[in-house]
Design a binder for this molecule. Structure first.
Ligand code: FEO
Length: 406
């Protein structure tokens, strides 16, 4: 590809963004990426020219063109892979073939994972926690961040520039020409950052404060955080914003908010959802009512991130929970959101298995039942709807009590 097509973006005097922008992606392994994404890679110019992370396989030419706008890619002598998921390593074997670097570094687990993906012949040198390499004037120090969010995940840090390459950590799926958080609207940073955390990092929340403590103990100072997706954080205000957000999200505190999800066949369960929501709202608890015909599982996960209650409605179809409801509950079960209460409701025709099936999910998700379920045959009566409103009030009061208890 012609070197004048895609250009690198300067991050500091010696560090360039050379990644790719994926404007069209909407399904990132089940996550609705409404605003596309970027695969960030970084070129460090020192005696040993270093590439930190690569991009998804089909964006190799874009990566190489951005590198070539600064140097001849064959001058790269070191490649560091902070995370082996294929949005960051998909083109790694092809780049190694083309560039022939002296060394390719990854964490111990990363070396294994890269070989598992691309074959045992690929030559990777494993580094471990606290190891450091010299690039000439600058060093790169490695910090393992296992299970944030893969076993291989690690951070790389250049102390001379106080820049942390944090792979998926502090990232977001957001395609844009703006490379830095201070160029992006705050509401987008907040929403897409939370969505990324809720869908990718939430199950590993317990590791976040431990990682922060490790960073503090190592005396790491941060002028720039450069993640593998979305904007780069380079102002003290923005760095504080994203670090504080991670502290809040990982604490999984209860807020006065309930997420009500439902699907419906002939509108009976939908009517119940509306009445239950009115009951919750009457207690002062904010309700996010999400009909699953139009709400993606990853958007539900985002709303659940700061909710105190998950309320689930499903009709029974062929002795089963409705498929869209099962999809979302299965997804949320994997994300392991803590500290929520829940309640189930729904209409049925002749068997009504959906409610116990929802409550089984609650049990597996360690969600305490806030109110007895409301199960209605065919169409809710006036009395049934009164029960729905009372159920909503009971849920709302339980959420408020849990907020007050914190
Ligand atoms: Fe962006 Fe876990 O890969």
């Amino acid at each position: 590809m012609n070197n004048d097509v895609f250009k690198a973006v300067k991050v500091t005097d010696d560090v360039y963004w050379v990644g790719a922008i994926d404007w069209g992606i909407r399904d990132f392994h089940g996550y609705l990426t409404s605003r596309g994404t970027t695969y960030n890679a970084f070129l460090v110019i020192d005696d040993k020219i270093t590439l930190i992370d690569t991009v998804k396989a089909q964006y190799k030419d874009e990566l190489m063109a951005r590198i070539a706008s600064i140097i001849d890619p064959k001058e790269i002598s070191v490649i560091i892979s902070n995370h082996s998921e294929m949005d960051h390593t998909g083109c790694l074997p092809a780049i190694i073939d083309e560039v022939k670097p002296d060394k390719v570094y990854a964490s111990t687990m990363g070396a294994k994972t890269i070989k598992a993906h691309f074959g045992q012949d690929i030559d990777i040198e494993a580094v471990k926690e606290g190891d450091s390499i010299s690039l000439g004037n600058m060093d790169v120090t490695f910090m393992e961040t296992r299970m944030l969010h893969w076993p291989d995940s690690m951070f790389s840090y250049i102390p001379q520039k106080k820049i942390l390459f944090s792979q998926d950590g502090f990232g977001m799926h957001y395609a844009s020409f703006e490379r830095f958080a201070d160029q992006v609207d705050d509401t987008i940073l907040d929403h897409e950052g939370a969505k990324y955390y809720a869908n990718i990092l939430l199950p590993y929340s317990g590791l976040v404060p431990k990682t922060f403590a490790k960073v503090k103990a190592a005396g790491i100072e941060l002028d720039i955080i450069a993640p593998d997706h979305g904007p780069i954080w380079r102002t003290p205000e923005d760095i504080k914003f994203i670090l504080d957000s991670y502290s809040v999200w990982s604490a999984q505190k209860v807020e006065a908010k309930a997420v009500v999800i439902f699907d419906t066949m002939w509108d009976a369960t939908a009517l119940m959802a509306r009445v239950i929501s009115e009951g919750i709202e009457s207690t002062g608890v904010h309700v996010k009512l999400m009909p699953l015909k139009g709400s993606h599982r990853s958007d539900v996960a985002t709303e659940v991130l700061n909710a105190g209650a998950l309320v689930v409605g499903s009709p029974t179809i062929n002795n089963n929970i409705f498929p869209t409801v099962a999809d979302v509950l299965s997804y949320l079960r994997g994300l392991k959101r803590k500290n929520m209460v829940g309640a189930a409701f729904g209409s049925y025709g002749w068997s009504g298995e959906a409610i116990p099936q929802i409550e089984k999910y609650f049990e597996e998700m360690k969600i305490d039942i806030a109110s007895d379920s409301v199960r209605v045959q065919y169409v809710p009566t006036e009395d049934d709807l009164v029960k729905c409103r009372e159920m909503g009030i009971e849920i709302g009061n339980k959420v408020i009590a849990n907020v007050d208890a914190e």
